[in-house]
Write a protein that binds this ligand. Structure first.
Ligand code: ADP
Ligand code: MG
Length: 399
């Protein structure tokens, strides 16, 4: 399923026209009300530059936080405008309204060469429920639609699925295109060996994704809290470790179906509950009753690294341990290093998942793998199902 790209619009399709662009500027705010991390703004710069170069007039819609359909001043997008203007090198106007006649007027009077940012879409009651009237009102803000909000494309919200039904063309922005190219390369025809590493905590959410890889991957490495649930499924003691008891039966079923595909930890780094106190290494079948497993151990790190080095395609989701805590971050760092080494030997390597992306960025290695997805849940859902609600709403690519 290919979607029509923004790049397919010619000069006449762009010049003077208002491009209503859904972006994902759900950025972390720091205590002083500034922006903690500009990665999401930077991700949209290629699309905005293409639009400005073509003399289109970009009008931006985004959400920020979870204000729940009412105005919450701390969730205003106002602080984003000046930071975006600096990154882009072009003026960015902000208006504190979204679906009102004032907002439409601001879009109509936007001069060429400038960008208009509207207020948080989630201040509107109909956004998350995709109220049909809201999609229609928001569509008044543009002459065509661009989805460049990959991280939100799995949400059936008015600004993601409602608006594009009212605008023609409705196309994929450059960020979305880059994401789809990388993720479909992993999903559809990965060069073999195809190695997958899973970790993190939300095993229930990730089972559909793991299922999608069971039939066409060569090895699935399992670390993080996810490994604890698999160890529990094998009847091993897990002490005070984080285990998702609802998922034990599914984990046991996967182990029965593909007994040789999964590689579980052979040793673990354990610590006191709450990750307090000192860490020590134990065999994976001997987690003490009063301690919790917080990372993969040194033998497992070496084994995982060796397997990753054989990959021609590598996909990684979920930290190998509680990487936010010093002493429990070595497994995650080691897998990040192994991903870089695999990339440097020619493998195509993709990291997906919000915390995984943060971990590789914090290790300073994000630019040394093939692709770090900007969409946590969206990337996982796309890999599992091959489409997303917000993609369905865009025009098909011309054959
Ligand atoms: P992602 O966002 O990359 O998909 P998840 O949200 O599933 O990853 O999981 C990330 C979280 O899992 C991190 O906060 C990390 O501390 C936690 N985690 C990983 N391994 C463990 C573990 N063994 N025990 C407790 N928490 C863990
Ligand atoms: Mg997460």
């Amino acid at each position: 399923m290919r979607k029509r790209s923004l790049r397919s619009l010619d000069a006449a399709g762009l010049a003077g026209r208002r491009a209503l662009v859904r972006v994902d500027y759900n950025v972390p705010m720091n205590d002083s009300g500034g922006i903690g991390d500009t990665t999401r703004l930077e991700g949209t710069l290629p699309t905005l530059r293409l639009l400005l170069d073509g003399r289109a007039r970009p009008v931006l819609l985004s959400h920020l936080g979870r204000p729940g359909g009412r105005v919450v001043p701390e969730n205003s997008l106002r602080p984003v405008a000046s930071v975006l203007a600096q990154l882009l090198g072009s003026p960015v106007r902000f208006v504190p309204c979204t679906d009102t006649p004032e907002a439409v007027e601001a879009s109509r009077s936007l001069p060429a060469g400038e960008v208009l940012l509207l207020e948080n879409t989630r201040f509107l009651p109909g956004e998350t429920s995709n109220e049909p009237g809201l999609g229609e009102r928001l569509a008044q803000l543009g002459d065509f639609y661009v989805n460049d909000a990959f991280g939100t494309t799995h949400r059936s919200h008015a600004s993601v699925v409602g608006v594009p039904t009212h605008l023609e063309p409705a196309v994929a922005g450059l960020l979305v295109e880059v994401e789809l190219d990388a993720l479909s390369r992993v999903r559809e025809a990965p060069a073999r060996p195809f190695i997958v590493a899973f970790g993190g905590a939300k095993i229930g959410d990730k089972i559909p994704l793991m299922e999608a890889f069971l039939t066409h991957s060569d090895r699935i490495l399992v670390g993080g809290a996810m490994a604890n649930t698999f160890l529990a499924a094998l009847g091993m003691p897990t002490g005070k470790s984080l285990v998702e008891s609802d998922a034990i039966e599914t984990a046991a079923d996967i182990l029965r179906r593909v007994p040789d595909l999964l590689l579980l930890p052979e040793d673990l780094v354990v610590g006191e509950p709450g990750a307090a106190g000192s860490a020590r290494v134990v065999p994976a079948d001997a987690i003490p009753a009063d301690l919790a497993a917080y990372d993969i151990g040194p033998a497992t790190r070496a084994r995982f690294s060796a397997v990753i080095s054989t990959a021609r395609t590598f996909f990684w989701n979920g930290p190998m341990g509680r990487f936010e805590t010093r002493g429990f971050d070595e497994g995650t760092r080691e897998v990040a290093r192994a991903a870089v080494i695999a990339t440097e030997s020619g493998a195509f390597t993709v990291i997906g998942g919000g915390d995984s992306a943060r971990a590789i960025r914090e290790a300073g290695l994000d630019l040394r793998v093939s692709h770090v997805s900007t969409g946590g849940g969206a990337a996982l859902e796309y890999l599992a199902h091959g489409t997303l609600p917000g993609l369905e709403a865009l025009d098909e690519d011309e054959p």
